[in-house]
Design a protein around this ligand. Structure first.
Ligand code: MG
Length: 265
């Protein structure tokens, strides 16, 4: 017998959908998103004039360098944050200020098992929906969240606190980026939801759990979530990425039409 090919049962790929909308109130869409395996993220830009657009776009462009990468580690993700920060420092001079949140995940392999390397800076979010229900993986870098962590307010008061949108960390021109990282097993029964605050401003975690429990195609779900946020008022730009991990064997014979893309307002 010669060498045996590696068994394929353990191999996985991603299937995803995404949607973004300016909303009903804001004049421009300063959100951006990236869906290009193995990296999936949203970025919520902020700043005067076109600075917010530019900041979220810079983040997407730098993370797009991970697109198609076979092996990605925390240091590679951190390098994207650092390069984006360096470009923002060069762009935003003379008192012009801009910054962005970044939240997302990269599919990585550890000991031949798939994992999600989740990252976050700011108050965009990464959720995991599994057999155990909906769980927020990322932790917001907001004043209200930090008050809850410190025990000053209750966790159930965060979503109504007046400082829930005041960020304590963002990717921008200030100090070196301080993202948080998590490593999660990437189960083929799980689904990741990555979104900007424009979604969670309109939909509660219970609303999200009901929507995710409905299942279905990731693109249809992303479209449905954005439509629901618009129907509830659409007071902010809203962006959603939905990603599944799919066994390679399950893809045989399927058409593969989901197009990788980077999108900005
Ligand atoms: Mg926002």
């Amino acid at each position: 017998m010669g060498e045996v090919d590696e068994p394929e049962e353990g191999r996985v790929r991603t299937s995803w959908g995404s949607a973004t909308d300016r909303g009903h109130v804001r004049e421009v869409n300063e959100d951006a998103l990236l869906t290009f395996p193995p990296v999936f993220l949203v970025a919520d830009g902020m700043g005067g004039y076109d600075a917010g657009d530019l900041a979220s776009r810079i983040a997407v462009e730098e993370f797009a360098q991970l697109a198609g990468a076979v092996s990605v580690g925390v240091e590679d993700v951190h390098a994207c944050f650092a390069r984006a920060c360096g470009r923002m420092r060069a762009e935003f001079t003379g008192g012009r200020q801009g910054g962005t949140t970044v939240a997302g995940a990269v599919l990585v392999e550890v000991d031949r098992e798939p994992y999600w390397l989740v990252f976050n800076v700011g108050d965009s979010r990464v959720y995991r929906f599994s057999d155990d229900g909906l769980e927020q993986v990322s932790v917001d870098h907001s004043v209200a969240q930090e008050l809850a962590e410190a025990g000053v307010i209750r966790r159930d008061q965060v979503s109504s606190h007046p400082d829930r949108h005041v960020l304590t960390r963002a990717l921008g021109t200030g100090e070196a980026p301080e993202p948080d990282y998590w490593m999660l097993p990437a189960g083929t029964r799980d689904r990741l939801l990555v979104c900007t605050d424009g979604l969670v401003r309109e939909l509660s975690d219970d609303d999200l759990a009901v929507a995710l429990a409905g299942g279905g195609d990731p693109q249809a779900l992303a479209d449905r979530l954005v439509a629901a946020a618009l129907a509830r008022g659409g007071r902010d730009n809203v962006s959603v990425v939905v990603v599944d991990v799919v066994p390679v064997a399950a893809l045989v014979g399927e058409s593969w039409t989901t197009t990788p893309r980077g999108v900005w307002g």
